[in-house]
Design a protein around this ligand. Structure first.
Ligand code: ADP
Ligand code: 5GP
Length: 197
């Protein structure tokens, strides 16, 4: 499909959404929902991001993230290899462009799990993307989940909760909101929105 002068891609009427962006505050359950979806439907393709964050226990290079140094991230950005990137709570994260574009050119569905700043960049560069916001049932539950995960020290949790306030306020920018009350329920809804079931 040819790009328009503005850099966005024209969308045929009634086209199936091929690019889905899932965003929401840290700790809301994005990874849990996506893991559940992919357990049931291993064919759901999720872009693997590059990050300068250190791996959490159990996280594997090339599976959960491409864990890169600051210098490697500088190069990815400078070489235009990222579709979008952002700094989030002290680390940089970005979506490798080539794999996503290849899938989309083959008409295959693509899922990105990225932060609000990244979602905004995708919205402006790829207007056909559908943006889905994953919301917590309540603020207190978000704090419980983020703290209960036990993967970040208190000062990092504070930074992530600060970011969460901004992210929650941006919910109206998204096409759809799903409230993560039940992992199974949200996974089902997301699969339906991606048109893979
Ligand atoms: P995110 O990827 O959005 O940062 P995670 O998927 O790591 O969030 O989830 C954060 C914590 O919340 C995890 O401990 C996870 O088990 C828990 N969690 C996720 N979804 C739910 C849910 N629907 N109900 C209760 N706990 C949940
Ligand atoms: P975490 O460190 O908890 O894995 O991720 C922190 C935040 O970074 C989450 O909101 C997650 O969605 C976001 N994130 C992960 N990968 C990317 C990416 O490639 N680009 C952007 N913009 N955000 C990302």
């Amino acid at each position: 499909m040819a790009a328009t002068p503005g850099g966005t891609t024209p969308v045929p009427p009634n086209a199936r959404p091929r690019l889905t962006v899932l965003s929401g505050p840290s700790g809301v359950g994005k990874s849990t929902v996506v893991a559940h979806m992919r357990k049931e439907h291993p064919d759901v393709w999720l872009s693997v991001s590059a990050t300068t964050r250190k791996p959490r226990p159990g996280e594997q290079h090339g599976v959960h993230y491409f864990f890169v140094t600051d210098e490697e991230m500088d190069k990815l950005i400078a070489n235009g290899e990222l579709l979008e990137w952002a700094e989030f709570a002290g680390n940089r994260y970005g979506t490798p462009r080539a794999a996503v574009i290849e899938r989309l050119e083959n008409g295959a569905p693509v899922l990105l799990e990225i932060d609000l700043q990244g979602a905004r960049q995708v919205r402006s560069s790829m207007s056909e993307a559908q943006l889905v916001f994953l919301a917590p049932p309540s603020w207190d539950e978000l704090v419980r989940r983020l703290t209960g995960r036990g993967t970040e020290p208190p000062e990092v949790i504070e930074r992530r909760l600060d970011a969460a306030r901004t992210e929650l306020a941006a919910e109206p920018e998204f096409d759809r909101t799903l409230v993560n009350t039940s992992v199974e329920g949200v996974a089902r809804e997301l699969l339906a929105l991606m048109d893979v079931v």
